[in-house]
Every structure is written in C-alpha cells, then in structure tokens.
Design a protein. Sequence first.
Lengths: 351, 275
Amino acid sequence: MRKRAAACLLTAALASAVLSGCGSGGSGRVLKVYNAGEYIDKSLINEFEREFDCTVVYETFDSNESMYTKLMSGEEYDILIPSDYMIERLIKEDYLQPVNWDMIPNSENLMDSVMGHEAYDEGHVYTVPYFWGTVGIIYDTTIVKEADTALGWNLLCDTDYAGDIYMYDSERDSFMVALKALGYSMNTTDTAQIEEAYDWLVAQRDTMEPVYVGDDVIDNMISGNKAIAVVYSGDAAYMMTENPNLNYFTPEEGTNLWYDCMVITKNCADTELAHAFINFMLEDENALRNSEAVGYSSPVESAFEEMRTTTYQGISAYVPRSDNPNDEVFGYQETELKKYLADLWTKVKAY
Amino acid sequence: MRHFKSLIRPYLVWSFLLIIIPLLLIVLYSVTTGGNSLLNIQFTLENFKKIADPIYRQVFMRSLKVGLITTLICLLLGYTLAYVISGFKERAQTTLILFVTIPMWINTLLRTYAWISLLSDNGIVNSFLNRLGIGRMSIMYTDFAVITGMVCDLLPFMVIPIHTALSKMDKSLIEASHDLGANRRQTFWKVTFKLSLPGVVNGVTMVFLLSISTFVIPKLLGGGQYVLIGNLIENQFISVGDWNFGSAISLILAVAILIMIWATKKIDTSEGGER
C-alpha cells in the first residue's frame, strides 16, 4: 500500500510540475514582459527591478507570429512588445486592455511624428510606441554602384549582382518588396496583384539566386559575404556602425513603415506596475540607453535627436523616412489571405 | 520483482500525458479544419489533399534525399570509427567514446553557428583556400554545407550503438573464422559485420529519424530556400498558424518513418535468420 501511495505521490508531483510550469520564486510584485530578442538594454530591467522592488520575468520571441502562437497556447504575460499589424490583430481578438495615459507622464517625451500613423490603433488607446523604422536595402558601397540605387526595389533584380543578394525570409516582407516594386499597395487583397507579385518573386529567384535569411543577415553583411540585403532600418544602422563600407537606402516606390509598441494584456493584474514599466522606458535617459544598445530608432524625441547627432551621426538608417506618401503601415490580414500568401511563399522558396 | 510493478504507474501516466494525448491531438488536428482552438471543428481530408501539391511532394523527396545521404555518410564514417575504436584496449576505448560524445555537450545551435563562420564566403575555410591560391568557393547555402552540418551533428548517434555491438562481440569467433580458412575480408563481412548488424540498424534508424525531421541545420546552413519537411512543419505551426495542415504533414512523416523502421527491422531479422 505504501508503494502505491508513493507512486501516486510521485505522479502527482510530476504532473503538477508539468501543469504549473516553473513558478516564479521570490516574493513581491512580478511583471512578465514578452519582447523580441536582442531588443532591449538588459541593464534597464535590473534598474527597474531595483527602483520598484519587483521581479521582471523577461522572455523573448523571434517573430510576431511565434509570439502569437505562444499566447494562443495559453501562456500569460503582462506586457507585450509586438509590431503594428500584430497589435491590430490582438486588439481585434480582445487580448489587450486600454492604456491609462495619465499614469504615463513621460508620454510627453514622445515625438509627434510617431503618433500620427495609428491605423493599427486609432487614437493610441492600447499602444505606447517602443521603437519604429522602415524596411530598406543595405548595400556594400565597394561593390554596388551608387547610381544603381536609383533602381529602387528593382536593384534586387539587377543581374549585375546575381548571386550577391540576401532576401528576408518572411512572406510579409518579401511580398511587400514585390508589391511595392510593382507599384501596388502592400496591403492589397486583390489576388491578381498578389499573383503578379508572386511572379516577380519567382523571376527574381530564378535570375538572381538570392539566399533567404533571417537574423543571420546581420553577421553576414557585417563580414561582407554578399553585397545587397533587404533589412530593417534599425538593423541597418547597427550594421553600418560595424562595417563602414555599408550604406542604406529606402526605395522611392515606398516601403513598410512600422511601429513596435508596448501593450498591456487583458490578464495583467498589476496594471500599476505595468504602467510604471512603460513610463520607465520612455524616460529620456532610459530611452537613449535603450536605443544606443539596440540600434533602432527611439520614439522619444530627446533620445532620437541625441542619437542622430552624436553616436549615429551620418548613419542614414537611424532616421526612418516619414515623408513619402507611398510608405505604408502593415494592416491586419484575414486568415485565408495569410494562408494563401504563406503557400505562395513556400512555393517561391522550395521550388 | 513483482512488488515493484506499481512503480511503473507514474511512468504510464507520464507517457500518457506527454506522448499519447499529444499524438491523438495531432491526429485530430490533421483531419479537421476550423482553427487552432478546436472549438468549432469540422472533419475533412482537405489537409491531406493539399500535401499532394507537387511543391510539397518535392519537399518530401528532398528531405528523403538529404536524410538518406546523411545516413549513408554517417554509416560509412561511423562504422569505420567504431571499428577502429573497438580495436583499442578497453580503457582507451572508454576515453575515445567520450571524445566522440564531447561535441554533444555543446548546443547544436552553437555548433551550427560555428559551421557558418567556417564555411561562409569570407569564412575561415575560404580564406585558407584563398591563401593556397585555389580561390574562393561559395560553400554556404548548398547541399554540401547542410549535409556536412548534419553528419557532424548526428555522427555520435551512429558510432555509439555500432561500437556497443562491436565491443560486445566474442573475439574468439574471429579467430575461429581465420582458423577455418576465411580471409580477412570474408571474416569481416561474414562474422564481424553480421554480428554488429543490430548496432548498425539502431544507428541507421536513429540518424535517419533525426535527419529527416531536422529543421535548424538546413535553415541556418541552407538558407530559407532549403525547405525540408521539418521546416515546413515548423512554418505551419509557428508563422502561418495553420496547425491542421502542420499536423497532417507531421502525421504523414510519422507514418513514413514507421514504415521505414519496420522495413529496416525486417532486414535485421531476415539477415539474422540466415545464421
């Protein structure tokens, strides 16, 4: 009988370990933050913990989609830092709670220009900007002729540079490039335009033999393995400081203008602490340190100006273009459209 | 021993929770549509029909090819290595096997990143070739890079079972074979290899299983265009969010693997039966 009891006890222990996950030890207040990888100055977290006598459980994701999948599987967080289109989806699916702007006095530090594009969240009810930027092309000035950048996105189809190109391995960004190169909106739902973009990508694949990469593009471009890559502006700014031969431009046909924002989830209990965290990140000094560590453009005016005129002086990628009417923010996509694009993208890559 | 039987129960519950239920869920997902929440499901075979698309067939064939080549190379290298190791004194053998497993102490991801810096266009191998006057070669993002990475990663899984089989073998059988007039080659094929066959089958099964479902190594060393089944499944679950289609692919892969394991076991027993 005793053995049976022992067996039951063991089972119960194992099962509860599985079901509960690893409980967070320690006492006091806890804040669970879920952010993209390599996207924060970690020392800021420690400082926040000390200042507010709390524990921050900090976890990272590698894409908005994997973040969403984790949320779907029932994982709970207090603060998320996803991109615009994903936020739109989270709002539609009722995952977020409104931000109380009165509890974020540092919001007056935010630049006006980052607050004007809130198609993803009309009036910034749920979102506080974290970083922002564009998508463009980084190129090696020792190989690519300056004049060729006038080709815009079609530089990616210039056979002079065949075999010398990195594309971004995500259907969203690649279809954005193709649709913009063809002069369409990247938020199109017109299947004829999408088909045309697909043909563009297939033709580019066949003639240019690009390599489709993820974050490894950063190391690859810094060590000069290939000459051209489609990258996010913040990554470009970082690469340009590491390798002086690199330059960045945003094609005239328009690009993806994006905003990553801090949002509070519906199941966040300690909203006071959550607001304190958001406020903390918008403090002039902290925003500057964060931007310096990551390389992305800060939405905080003083930090942005400071970076632009000192550390990142002359690094064009740090200053995202915000005056081209062709630039767009990604919108929410219906599931059917998403699946359709994903299928097409698999076909482009796997052929 | 009888009275310890009840100790198996935690394991039964454990495996039911972590193996059987997820497997059943995969089967359920694969034959339904209606999203990931399983709230309003409809039964369908659409997911399986979709796999018949030529592009997905091609991905399957490529995975199969990469898996077979990796297994074959691992078998040749692994068998040779295990054979050489089993010829040493017992204590030296322990040390040598330890050396074989040392790479496994390091995370696969790190080892793959090491391969990237070795193989990339301005990497260590290329600067060496350049110095020798051979000139640069594009090694990254090719079959060669992917298979090199996979062989390196999976070799221990081949060496260890074969070595175990070889070292357990009764050496007097080899002497007997020589006494009976068999030459070295005959002795190897008719005695040594045959007796090590269970180890070979285990090694081949493990390496093949792991290589056909891998997705990290092809993604990093082969680039995004190197789509294998593993990548396809990862993609469906993580970025597309189509768990139904992802489950269907997983299920097909599982069935294909089961059939292949069954076939290898068949070879094993029929070879054994000849003895």
